[in-house]
Write a protein that binds this ligand. Structure first.
Ligand code: F6P
Length: 385
Protein backbone atom coordinates (compact mmCIF):
# COMPACT_ATOMS: atom_id res chain seq x y z
CA UNK A 1 0.00 0.00 0.00
CA UNK A 2 1.22 3.53 -0.68
CA UNK A 3 2.15 5.98 2.09
CA UNK A 4 -0.96 8.00 1.32
CA UNK A 5 -3.12 4.90 1.51
CA UNK A 6 -1.96 4.10 5.00
CA UNK A 7 -2.46 7.67 6.15
CA UNK A 8 -6.01 7.66 4.84
CA UNK A 9 -6.78 4.31 6.41
CA UNK A 10 -5.65 5.66 9.78
CA UNK A 11 -7.74 8.80 9.46
CA UNK A 12 -10.81 6.75 8.70
CA UNK A 13 -10.19 4.84 11.91
CA UNK A 14 -10.16 1.47 10.19
CA UNK A 15 -7.77 -0.03 12.73
CA UNK A 16 -10.68 -0.83 15.02
CA UNK A 17 -11.91 -3.21 12.30
CA UNK A 18 -8.56 -4.99 12.06
CA UNK A 19 -8.85 -8.74 11.66
CA UNK A 20 -5.86 -10.95 11.17
CA UNK A 21 -6.07 -13.83 8.76
CA UNK A 22 -6.67 -17.21 10.39
CA UNK A 23 -2.99 -18.10 9.93
CA UNK A 24 -1.61 -15.02 11.70
CA UNK A 25 -1.52 -15.98 15.36
CA UNK A 26 1.63 -14.68 16.99
CA UNK A 27 4.13 -11.87 16.52
CA UNK A 28 7.15 -10.59 18.46
CA UNK A 29 8.12 -7.07 19.47
CA UNK A 30 11.55 -5.79 20.44
CA UNK A 31 13.12 -2.46 21.35
CA UNK A 32 16.70 -1.91 20.19
CA UNK A 33 19.35 0.81 20.54
CA UNK A 34 19.31 3.62 23.08
CA UNK A 35 16.11 4.05 25.07
CA UNK A 36 13.81 6.95 24.24
CA UNK A 37 10.69 8.31 25.96
CA UNK A 38 7.66 6.87 24.19
CA UNK A 39 8.94 3.30 23.70
CA UNK A 40 6.40 2.00 26.20
CA UNK A 41 3.61 3.81 24.35
CA UNK A 42 4.52 1.87 21.19
CA UNK A 43 4.75 -1.46 23.01
CA UNK A 44 1.37 -0.84 24.65
CA UNK A 45 -0.25 0.06 21.33
CA UNK A 46 1.22 -2.99 19.60
CA UNK A 47 -0.04 -5.33 22.32
CA UNK A 48 -3.50 -3.78 22.66
CA UNK A 49 -4.23 -3.43 18.94
CA UNK A 50 -2.86 -6.89 18.17
CA UNK A 51 -5.05 -8.41 20.89
CA UNK A 52 -8.12 -6.80 19.30
CA UNK A 53 -7.12 -8.36 15.99
CA UNK A 54 -6.76 -11.77 17.62
CA UNK A 55 -2.95 -11.82 17.53
CA UNK A 56 -0.81 -12.86 20.48
CA UNK A 57 2.31 -10.74 21.15
CA UNK A 58 5.58 -12.08 22.52
CA UNK A 59 8.00 -9.61 24.11
CA UNK A 60 11.67 -10.00 23.21
CA UNK A 61 13.94 -8.89 26.06
CA UNK A 62 16.96 -6.60 25.66
CA UNK A 63 16.78 -5.97 21.94
CA UNK A 64 18.53 -8.40 19.61
CA UNK A 65 20.22 -10.06 22.60
CA UNK A 66 16.81 -11.55 23.43
CA UNK A 67 16.46 -13.01 19.95
CA UNK A 68 19.94 -14.52 20.11
CA UNK A 69 19.45 -16.04 23.57
CA UNK A 70 15.75 -16.87 23.31
CA UNK A 71 14.59 -14.37 25.95
CA UNK A 72 11.06 -14.29 24.61
CA UNK A 73 7.96 -14.29 26.79
CA UNK A 74 4.24 -13.62 26.32
CA UNK A 75 3.22 -9.97 26.56
CA UNK A 76 -0.40 -9.89 27.52
CA UNK A 77 -2.56 -6.74 27.55
CA UNK A 78 -2.49 -6.67 31.36
CA UNK A 79 1.34 -6.47 31.24
CA UNK A 80 1.15 -3.14 29.40
CA UNK A 81 -1.38 -1.59 31.71
CA UNK A 82 -0.12 1.67 33.24
CA UNK A 83 3.09 1.91 31.20
CA UNK A 84 2.04 4.83 28.98
CA UNK A 85 3.59 7.58 31.18
CA UNK A 86 6.74 5.59 31.93
CA UNK A 87 10.10 6.38 30.32
CA UNK A 88 12.50 3.67 29.15
CA UNK A 89 11.23 0.33 27.84
CA UNK A 90 9.65 -2.47 29.83
CA UNK A 91 11.33 -4.92 27.44
CA UNK A 92 14.87 -3.68 28.08
CA UNK A 93 17.18 -2.75 25.22
CA UNK A 94 20.75 -3.01 24.00
CA UNK A 95 22.87 -1.11 21.50
CA UNK A 96 25.65 -3.66 21.27
CA UNK A 97 24.19 -7.05 20.28
CA UNK A 98 24.27 -7.21 16.50
CA UNK A 99 23.50 -10.85 15.53
CA UNK A 100 25.48 -10.40 12.31
CA UNK A 101 28.53 -9.18 14.22
CA UNK A 102 28.15 -10.63 17.67
CA UNK A 103 31.07 -10.17 20.08
CA UNK A 104 32.43 -13.36 21.62
CA UNK A 105 35.17 -13.15 24.24
CA UNK A 106 38.10 -15.41 23.27
CA UNK A 107 40.90 -15.58 25.88
CA UNK A 108 42.19 -11.99 25.88
CA UNK A 109 40.45 -10.76 22.77
CA UNK A 110 36.96 -10.25 21.37
CA UNK A 111 35.98 -12.04 18.16
CA UNK A 112 32.97 -11.06 16.09
CA UNK A 113 30.76 -13.83 14.68
CA UNK A 114 27.57 -14.12 12.65
CA UNK A 115 25.01 -15.72 15.00
CA UNK A 116 21.94 -14.81 12.94
CA UNK A 117 21.13 -18.53 12.61
CA UNK A 118 20.33 -18.56 16.34
CA UNK A 119 17.81 -15.79 15.78
CA UNK A 120 15.98 -17.83 13.13
CA UNK A 121 15.98 -20.87 15.44
CA UNK A 122 14.43 -18.85 18.27
CA UNK A 123 11.90 -17.20 15.99
CA UNK A 124 10.80 -20.67 14.89
CA UNK A 125 10.89 -22.14 18.39
CA UNK A 126 8.61 -19.40 19.74
CA UNK A 127 6.30 -19.44 16.74
CA UNK A 128 6.86 -15.79 15.78
CA UNK A 129 5.28 -15.16 12.39
CA UNK A 130 6.44 -11.56 12.20
CA UNK A 131 8.55 -9.15 14.19
CA UNK A 132 7.98 -5.49 15.06
CA UNK A 133 11.36 -3.84 15.60
CA UNK A 134 11.32 -0.47 17.39
CA UNK A 135 14.70 1.16 16.93
CA UNK A 136 17.00 3.73 15.40
CA UNK A 137 19.15 3.39 12.31
CA UNK A 138 21.35 0.66 13.86
CA UNK A 139 18.45 -1.60 14.89
CA UNK A 140 16.56 -0.94 11.65
CA UNK A 141 19.64 -1.77 9.56
CA UNK A 142 19.78 -5.16 11.31
CA UNK A 143 16.00 -5.57 10.83
CA UNK A 144 16.48 -4.96 7.12
CA UNK A 145 19.21 -7.61 6.95
CA UNK A 146 16.82 -10.11 8.56
CA UNK A 147 14.03 -9.09 6.18
CA UNK A 148 16.33 -9.79 3.23
CA UNK A 149 16.98 -13.23 4.68
CA UNK A 150 13.25 -13.93 4.85
CA UNK A 151 12.12 -12.81 8.30
CA UNK A 152 8.90 -10.75 8.06
CA UNK A 153 9.66 -7.48 9.87
CA UNK A 154 8.02 -4.08 10.31
CA UNK A 155 10.12 -1.22 11.67
CA UNK A 156 9.09 1.58 14.02
CA UNK A 157 11.50 4.55 14.11
CA UNK A 158 12.82 5.70 17.47
CA UNK A 159 15.49 8.17 18.50
CA UNK A 160 15.78 11.31 20.58
CA UNK A 161 18.21 12.57 17.92
CA UNK A 162 15.42 12.95 15.29
CA UNK A 163 17.97 12.03 12.62
CA UNK A 164 16.07 9.39 10.62
CA UNK A 165 15.51 10.68 7.11
CA UNK A 166 12.31 8.85 6.18
CA UNK A 167 10.19 10.22 9.01
CA UNK A 168 9.46 13.84 9.84
CA UNK A 169 9.77 13.35 13.58
CA UNK A 170 10.69 10.44 15.80
CA UNK A 171 9.08 9.91 19.18
CA UNK A 172 11.47 10.71 22.03
CA UNK A 173 12.68 13.91 20.38
CA UNK A 174 9.91 16.08 21.80
CA UNK A 175 10.57 14.89 25.35
CA UNK A 176 14.33 15.38 24.97
CA UNK A 177 13.65 18.87 23.65
CA UNK A 178 11.43 19.67 26.62
CA UNK A 179 14.16 18.50 29.03
CA UNK A 180 16.88 20.47 27.24
CA UNK A 181 14.76 23.62 27.07
CA UNK A 182 13.93 23.45 30.76
CA UNK A 183 17.61 22.94 31.57
CA UNK A 184 18.52 25.98 29.51
CA UNK A 185 15.89 28.05 31.34
CA UNK A 186 17.40 26.94 34.66
CA UNK A 187 20.97 27.70 33.59
CA UNK A 188 19.81 31.12 32.47
CA UNK A 189 19.23 32.23 36.07
CA UNK A 190 22.79 31.47 37.20
CA UNK A 191 24.22 33.01 34.03
CA UNK A 192 22.31 36.23 34.68
CA UNK A 193 22.96 36.36 38.42
CA UNK A 194 26.69 35.59 38.22
CA UNK A 195 27.36 37.32 34.89
CA UNK A 196 28.78 34.18 33.37
CA UNK A 197 28.89 32.38 30.07
CA UNK A 198 27.02 29.09 30.40
CA UNK A 199 27.75 26.37 27.86
CA UNK A 200 25.19 23.55 27.73
CA UNK A 201 26.04 20.38 25.79
CA UNK A 202 23.20 18.29 24.39
CA UNK A 203 23.03 14.94 22.62
CA UNK A 204 22.10 14.31 18.98
CA UNK A 205 25.09 12.40 17.57
CA UNK A 206 25.90 13.75 14.10
CA UNK A 207 22.76 15.91 13.86
CA UNK A 208 22.05 19.23 15.56
CA UNK A 209 18.28 19.00 16.00
CA UNK A 210 18.19 19.00 19.79
CA UNK A 211 20.71 21.86 20.01
CA UNK A 212 18.99 23.96 17.37
CA UNK A 213 15.45 23.56 18.66
CA UNK A 214 16.30 23.74 22.38
CA UNK A 215 18.49 26.75 21.61
CA UNK A 216 15.63 28.47 19.83
CA UNK A 217 13.08 27.55 22.48
CA UNK A 218 15.38 28.57 25.35
CA UNK A 219 16.66 31.78 23.78
CA UNK A 220 20.34 30.77 23.44
CA UNK A 221 22.64 33.46 22.09
CA UNK A 222 24.98 30.95 20.46
CA UNK A 223 23.97 27.59 18.95
CA UNK A 224 26.67 25.25 17.70
CA UNK A 225 25.71 22.24 15.57
CA UNK A 226 27.64 19.64 13.53
CA UNK A 227 26.13 20.95 10.30
CA UNK A 228 27.78 24.39 10.76
CA UNK A 229 31.44 24.19 11.86
CA UNK A 230 32.36 27.07 14.18
CA UNK A 231 35.40 29.04 15.23
CA UNK A 232 35.91 29.82 18.89
CA UNK A 233 36.89 33.38 17.92
CA UNK A 234 33.41 33.92 16.46
CA UNK A 235 31.79 32.53 19.61
CA UNK A 236 33.95 34.84 21.74
CA UNK A 237 32.99 37.75 19.49
CA UNK A 238 29.33 37.21 20.41
CA UNK A 239 30.18 37.20 24.12
CA UNK A 240 32.11 40.47 23.73
CA UNK A 241 29.38 42.03 21.57
CA UNK A 242 26.85 41.31 24.30
CA UNK A 243 29.19 42.66 26.99
CA UNK A 244 29.63 45.87 24.96
CA UNK A 245 25.82 46.17 24.91
CA UNK A 246 25.78 45.94 28.69
CA UNK A 247 24.60 42.31 28.72
CA UNK A 248 26.88 40.53 31.12
CA UNK A 249 25.96 36.93 30.40
CA UNK A 250 25.74 34.62 27.38
CA UNK A 251 23.97 31.30 26.84
CA UNK A 252 25.64 28.80 24.52
CA UNK A 253 24.05 25.50 23.42
CA UNK A 254 26.46 23.08 21.81
CA UNK A 255 25.57 19.76 20.19
CA UNK A 256 27.84 16.89 21.21
CA UNK A 257 28.75 16.49 17.52
CA UNK A 258 29.64 20.15 16.90
CA UNK A 259 33.25 20.74 15.91
CA UNK A 260 35.53 23.68 15.07
CA UNK A 261 36.23 24.51 11.44
CA UNK A 262 39.14 22.36 10.32
CA UNK A 263 38.95 20.39 13.59
CA UNK A 264 37.25 17.21 14.80
CA UNK A 265 34.37 16.06 16.95
CA UNK A 266 35.21 15.28 20.59
CA UNK A 267 34.98 11.53 21.16
CA UNK A 268 34.27 10.51 24.75
CA UNK A 269 34.73 6.76 24.32
CA UNK A 270 34.56 3.87 21.87
CA UNK A 271 32.13 0.98 22.38
CA UNK A 272 33.57 -1.57 19.95
CA UNK A 273 30.63 -3.98 20.31
CA UNK A 274 28.20 -1.34 19.13
CA UNK A 275 26.83 -0.82 15.59
CA UNK A 276 28.44 2.65 15.67
CA UNK A 277 31.30 2.45 18.22
CA UNK A 278 31.78 6.22 18.54
CA UNK A 279 30.35 7.91 21.65
CA UNK A 280 30.59 11.68 21.38
CA UNK A 281 30.85 14.05 24.34
CA UNK A 282 33.06 16.62 26.01
CA UNK A 283 32.95 19.56 23.61
CA UNK A 284 31.32 21.85 26.22
CA UNK A 285 34.27 21.63 28.58
CA UNK A 286 36.83 22.18 25.84
CA UNK A 287 34.90 25.13 24.44
CA UNK A 288 34.12 26.62 27.86
CA UNK A 289 37.84 26.82 28.71
CA UNK A 290 38.62 28.48 25.39
CA UNK A 291 35.82 31.05 25.73
CA UNK A 292 36.99 32.00 29.23
CA UNK A 293 40.57 32.33 28.05
CA UNK A 294 39.71 34.62 25.12
CA UNK A 295 37.02 36.77 26.75
CA UNK A 296 38.06 36.75 30.39
CA UNK A 297 34.41 36.06 31.31
CA UNK A 298 33.87 33.26 33.83
CA UNK A 299 32.47 30.29 31.91
CA UNK A 300 30.85 27.07 33.11
CA UNK A 301 29.96 23.93 31.19
CA UNK A 302 27.01 21.59 31.77
CA UNK A 303 26.66 18.27 29.98
CA UNK A 304 23.01 17.14 29.99
CA UNK A 305 23.82 13.60 28.86
CA UNK A 306 21.32 10.83 29.49
CA UNK A 307 18.89 13.11 31.34
CA UNK A 308 17.64 13.81 27.80
CA UNK A 309 16.68 10.18 27.31
CA UNK A 310 14.86 9.82 30.62
CA UNK A 311 11.57 10.77 32.19
CA UNK A 312 7.95 10.60 31.28
CA UNK A 313 7.18 11.15 27.58
CA UNK A 314 5.39 14.33 26.53
CA UNK A 315 1.79 14.03 25.26
CA UNK A 316 3.16 14.40 21.70
CA UNK A 317 5.51 11.43 22.12
CA UNK A 318 2.82 9.31 23.79
CA UNK A 319 0.40 9.97 20.96
CA UNK A 320 2.99 9.48 18.20
CA UNK A 321 4.19 6.25 19.84
CA UNK A 322 0.61 4.99 20.05
CA UNK A 323 -0.11 5.86 16.42
CA UNK A 324 3.06 4.12 15.23
CA UNK A 325 2.37 1.02 17.32
CA UNK A 326 -1.11 0.68 15.84
CA UNK A 327 0.21 1.34 12.32
CA UNK A 328 2.87 -1.35 12.77
CA UNK A 329 0.25 -3.96 13.66
CA UNK A 330 -1.90 -2.83 10.73
CA UNK A 331 1.11 -3.34 8.46
CA UNK A 332 1.69 -6.82 9.88
CA UNK A 333 -1.96 -7.72 9.25
CA UNK A 334 -1.76 -6.45 5.67
CA UNK A 335 1.52 -8.29 5.17
CA UNK A 336 3.48 -5.09 4.41
CA UNK A 337 6.89 -6.33 5.52
CA UNK A 338 10.38 -4.92 5.00
CA UNK A 339 8.93 -1.50 5.70
CA UNK A 340 8.91 1.12 8.41
CA UNK A 341 5.97 3.15 9.68
CA UNK A 342 6.66 6.83 10.18
CA UNK A 343 5.32 10.34 10.34
CA UNK A 344 4.98 12.25 7.07
CA UNK A 345 3.50 15.67 7.64
CA UNK A 346 0.53 14.98 9.89
CA UNK A 347 -0.07 11.47 8.58
CA UNK A 348 1.40 8.12 9.46
CA UNK A 349 2.74 6.39 6.35
CA UNK A 350 5.21 3.72 5.32
CA UNK A 351 8.55 3.55 3.55
CA UNK A 352 10.77 0.61 2.74
CA UNK A 353 13.50 -0.16 5.25
CA UNK A 354 15.99 0.39 2.42
CA UNK A 355 14.83 4.01 2.15
CA UNK A 356 14.53 4.43 5.90
CA UNK A 357 18.13 3.60 6.76
CA UNK A 358 19.80 5.08 3.69
CA UNK A 359 20.78 8.45 5.05
CA UNK A 360 20.74 10.46 8.27
CA UNK A 361 18.49 13.51 8.40
CA UNK A 362 20.59 16.52 9.26
CA UNK A 363 19.81 20.16 9.89
CA UNK A 364 19.82 22.18 6.67
CA UNK A 365 22.27 25.05 7.29
CA UNK A 366 20.21 27.18 4.88
CA UNK A 367 16.86 25.95 6.20
CA UNK A 368 14.12 27.99 7.78
CA UNK A 369 14.95 27.26 11.42
CA UNK A 370 18.56 28.37 11.00
CA UNK A 371 17.44 31.48 9.09
CA UNK A 372 14.96 32.33 11.84
CA UNK A 373 17.64 31.97 14.49
CA UNK A 374 20.06 34.14 12.52
CA UNK A 375 17.31 36.73 11.97
CA UNK A 376 16.99 37.28 15.72
CA UNK A 377 20.74 37.60 16.16
CA UNK A 378 21.67 34.05 17.23
CA UNK A 379 25.28 33.22 16.44
CA UNK A 380 26.24 29.86 14.93
CA UNK A 381 29.91 30.68 15.46
CA UNK A 382 30.53 30.88 11.72
CA UNK A 383 31.47 33.67 9.31
CA UNK A 384 27.79 34.51 8.69
CA UNK A 385 27.24 35.19 12.39
O1 F6P B 1 21.13 7.99 19.74
C1 F6P B 1 20.74 8.39 21.00
C2 F6P B 1 21.94 8.83 21.82
O2 F6P B 1 21.48 9.26 23.08
C3 F6P B 1 22.81 9.90 21.17
O3 F6P B 1 22.26 11.19 21.25
C4 F6P B 1 24.10 9.72 21.94
O4 F6P B 1 25.18 10.16 21.15
C5 F6P B 1 24.16 8.22 22.16
O5 F6P B 1 22.82 7.74 22.03
C6 F6P B 1 24.72 7.82 23.50
O6 F6P B 1 24.78 6.43 23.57
P1 F6P B 1 25.05 5.63 24.92
O7 F6P B 1 23.78 5.56 25.68
O8 F6P B 1 25.51 4.30 24.46
O9 F6P B 1 26.10 6.39 25.67
Amino acid sequence: MSKEGVGQANRRGESSKLKASAELKRIGVLTGGGDAPGLNAVIRAVVKSAARAGIEVMGVKDGYAGLIHGLITPLEPKAVSGILPRGGTILGTSNRDNPFRYPIQQADQVEFRDVSGRVFENVKKHGLQALVVIGGDGSLTIANQFWKLGLPVVGVPKTIDNDLSATDQTFGFDTALETATQALDKLHTTAESHHRVMVMEVMGRYAGWIALEAGLAGGAHVILIPEIPFTVEKVAEKVKERRDQGKRFTMVVVAEGAYPKGGEMVVQRRVEKSHDPIRLGGIANVLGGQIEQITGVETRATVLGHLQRGGSPTPFDRILGTRLGVAAVEAVVRGDFGQMVGLRGIDVGMVTLDEAIGQLKKVDPDGELVRVARAIGTSFGDELS
